[in-house]
Ligand binder design. Structure first.
Ligand SMILES: Nc1nc(=O)c2c([nH]1)NC[C@@H]1CN(c3ccc(C(=O)N[C@@H](CCC(=O)O)C(=O)O)cc3)C=[N+]21
Length: 367
């Protein structure tokens, strides 16, 4: 674990200056660049609203401080998932070539796609491209919508037994006539790079146990917090959404990192009262703009997992992607936030590559 690419990258980033001057600053309009501050109130970043409060309450006489405070109202830090994901991919590529040179093994990822959903086809294509770029060999199986469960299970079994395959991913959602549970259970746990196997989730939930793989999207969320030096230990974290693939494992991961965690879901009464207590919010519900500015505590750090298409006639695609969080409002109150697109999405794919490399290293006992 100590030599895993992600760990190494983390150490590297901690050693260097915070990414304010590079990644996030690039995303900010030029004029605002000079007003990024680091002030530890809640998050590690300057929190516009709380600084404003401090300024008005105490008798600062320096006009420059006041100017800085006033002009930095909108200086939320944009957490650049695209940039971080690229850094991680570069690191993974280097590790893969080191492994290939030293033991002649190339990591392999098998992807099973059932049906003709356009979004799924796009995701699978993107995963394949990402694999190629870092030197992972990808093996793709596309089955028609009306395939039987047995056919899918047959492919899984073949990949389970195939030594050139180190990771197996069954693209979700599966057609409704298939039993998702039965199919995901068939992936052998040593190759479950999605981390969806119940044994993996069970270990994730238990103290003193280690899962073989951490699910990619939640892992990507935590990785972003680490790389932007957001302290998790002792903080209040609220996860919005309780899905098996994001919300629940994200909550477990935050708890493993010593946060005090609450989960807000569709049956929660007054969810905004709970999210307003959060130093860290991870939202994964799939509802565009559900988390409003009024749900956010000043200075909170927001990780927005939602990738929701909304109609947009000005866009050539006819739609644009928005998160679960109302970015317009929340970015005025939070200290840091992930954009959509360009936030968690690219991290999910980077973590899939990371898990595939991890699997190949473990199977071949390569340190
Ligand atoms: N077994 C399985 N594992 C998955 O990990 C899995 C899955 N099934 N089914 C579907 C979801 C969705 N998912 C995404 C990955 C990357 C982006 C991504 O890179 N999004 C870009 C935007 C891309 C665009 O512009 O369309 C971004 O947010 O910047 C999005 C979504 C993985 N999933």
């Amino acid at each position: 674990m100590a030599s895993s690419p992600t760990t190494m990258m983390k150490m590297k980033l901690y050693d260097s200056s915070p990414p304010s001057s590079t990644a996030a600053a690039r995303l900010l309009p030029l004029l605002r660049r000079h007003h990024i501050h680091f002030r530890s109130s809640v998050g590690p970043f300057h929190n516009p609203s709380s600084l404003r409060t401090i300024i008005t309450r105490s008798a600062f006489s320096s006009s420059s401080v006041i100017t800085a405070a006033m002009t930095s109202e909108t200086s939320v830090k944009v957490i650049d998932g695209k940039k971080v994901a690229k850094d991680i991919r570069d690191e993974i590529a280097a590790e893969i070539s080191r492994m290939k040179d030293s033991i002649g093994v190339v990591p392999g990822l098998a992807v099973i796609l059932v049906g003709e959903r356009r979004d799924s086809a796009t995701y699978v294509r993107n995963k394949k491209k990402a694999c190629e770029a870092v030197g992972i060999k990808s093996y793709e199986v596309c089955l028609p919508e009306n395939s039987t469960e047995e056919e899918v299970l047959k492919y899984i079994s073949g990949f389970n037994d195939d030594p050139i395959v180190h990771g197996i991913l069954v693209q979700l959602p599966l057609p409704s006539h298939m039993n998702e549970q039965k199919i995901l259970n068939a992936v052998c746990i040593e190759k479950d790079v999605d981390g969806f196997h119940p044994l993996n989730i069970g270990r994730l939930a238990m103290r003193g146990r280690e899962p073989l793989f951490v699910p990619c999207t939640p892992k990507g969320c935590i990785e972003l917090l680490h790389r932007y030096n957001v302290e998790i230990k002792g903080k209040r974290a609220v996860v919005v959404g309780r899905s098996n693939i994001v919300g629940m494992p994200a909550a477990l991961l935050l708890q493993r990192e010593d946060a005090t965690v609450s989960i807000v879901h569709s049956r929660t009464k007054n969810p905004e009262e709970i999210t307003r207590q959060a130093d860290i919010i991870i939202s994964a519900v799939g509802q565009p703009n559900m988390v409003r500015g009024s749900w956010v505590k000043p200075g909170a750090v927001i990780i927005d997992v939602g990738i929701n298409p909304v109609e947009d006639t000005t866009n050539p695609r006819g739609y644009r992607l928005v998160g679960d969080v109302c970015y317009e409002e929340a970015s005025k109150i939070a200290s840091a936030i992930t954009p959509v697109p360009g936030g968690v999405g690219p991290m999910t794919i980077a973590m899939l590559l990371s898990n595939t490399l991890l699997s190949a290293k473990r199977i071949h006992n390569f340190k």
